[in-house]
Design a protein around this ligand. Structure first.
Ligand SMILES: Nc1ncnc2c1ncn2[C@@H]1O[C@H](COP(=O)(O)OP(=O)(O)OP(=O)(O)O)[C@@H](O)[C@H]1O
Ligand SMILES: [Mg+2]
Length: 353
């Protein structure tokens, strides 16, 4: 899943999120990376529901809009899927070689996957062969084939070629991996708070040990405000961003926001507790938040208090060089936390699985 080999062929990382499509293209320069393209286009809330594309036409238009606006020429893209159609599980097995596991994984996976095995694409990563132990840990990944096909169909209808299909959680792991901020001895929880999905990803020694997608995101705040103050979704979304609407102020929306904050913190805490009890590991040392939801005023403080660990926002662009003549540094600082998945995808290369 890590792919730090020299780039064989150019690839655009295309994050098709529920609230917007984001495209990132990088260039390898020496040991680091440089930003080549960065584009975003908004999507309506009904376009993608629980990681499933409901309105392909809108997604195609958004992709084409980005390509035209930024004059992107590279047709090969990497995309990621998330939500209920993705299952990631750590399993314990008899030690065996990678080739052996590749042959038996189909059969092994059956007991862990809640879908018919012929309906999913399987992948795995051997986490660590426990020295001297009679067992090894394997991270098993299953994604429903029809969801992958939907994404690939949209990509090809937009005139592009899907070369890599990844999972949000692993794209985030890769994006965070180049940040140079992964203390090898620490356990980190990466949180990506999108519009409809929150990815929780717990890394040990920089590698994913536990991951979970939860159907709570920025939209939950918007809906909570909408209900409490009797506004439309669009109005509530504006208010959430700090603009007063219909004479309502952000302060009036605060109780609605606090309710979701509590729910969100509970969800993260449960995942951390589950990880700790199932892996017999230390607890998480730090929580690192990305996604548009990280901008919600007061959320970082709230999480810090409730989780009792340091919480910070991560911007994967900080580790990437960008020409200030082409990209406004202030804009990059603002938008960066939203680009974790797109950057992680842009790091992949053609020929990867
Ligand atoms: N300043 C802000 N204050 C509060 N919320 C914000 C702010 N800016 C963006 N958001 C929220 O962030 C969310 C969008 O984040 P992001 O772009 O990471 O999601 P996405 O990738 O489109 O969705 P998903 O990952 O669920 O598919 C929206 O819910 C939006 O309201
Ligand atoms: Mg997202």
């Amino acid at each position: 899943m890590f792919s730090f080999l020299s780039r064989k062929k150019e690839l655009v990382g295309l994050d098709i999120g529920a609230s917007s499509v984001k495209a990132v293209q990088l260039k390898r320069v020496g040991k680091g990376y440089e930003l080549v393209h960065l584009g975003m286009a908004p999507l309506n809330p009904e376009t993608i529901v629980d990681g499933v594309i409901m309105d392909g036409g809108s997604v195609i238009s958004a992709i084409q809009q980005i390509y035209q606006e930024h004059r992107i020429k590279t047709k090969d893209v990497a995309v990621a899927v998330s939500g209920h159609s993705v299952i990631v599980k750590k399993i314990r097995m008899q030690p065996m070689k990678e080739e052996e596991l590749a042959e038996s994984i189909q059969w092994e996976a059956e007991q862990y996957i809640p879908f018919a095995i012929e309906d999913v694409n399987l992948d795995f990563q051997i986490l660590e062969s426990r020295g001297g132990s009679a067992e090894m840990d394997v991270l098993l990944v299953a994604v429903k084939k029809d969801v992958i096909n939907d994404y690939l169909t949209v990509i090809s209808s937009a005139g592009l070629t899907g070369q890599v299909v990844d999972v949000d959680a692993f794209a985030l792991e890769n994006a965070y991996g180049i940040s140079g901020e992964v203390p090898r001895d620490q356990i980190l929880a990466l949180i990506n708070l999108g519009a409809t999905v929150m990815n929780i990803n717990i890394l040990k020694h920089g590698v994913t040990e536990f991951t979970r997608d939860s159907a709570i995101g920025g939209n939950r705040y918007t809906e909570s405000i909408q209900k409490m103050l009797g506004l439309s979704f669009e109005q509530a979304e504006k208010l959430k961003m700090g603009t007063a609407v219909e004479g309502r102020t952000l302060a009036e929306a605060q109780p609605a926001i606090d309710m979701v904050n509590t729910e969100l913190a509970g969800e993260i805490r449960r995942s951390i507790d589950f990880f700790r009890s199932s892996s017999q590991s230390d607890s998480v040392h730090k929580v690192v938040v990305s996604g548009g939801g990280a901008r919600l005023p007061g959320l970082m403080n709230f999480l810090g208090q409730h989780l009792e660990v340091p919480v910070e926002v991560v911007n994967p662009l900080r580790a990437i060089r960008a020409d200030p003549k082409q990209f406004d540094p202030e804009y990059l600082e603002f938008v960066g936390p939203q680009l974790g998945v797109a950057v992680g995808l842009a790091l992949r290369q053609v020929g990867d699985k």
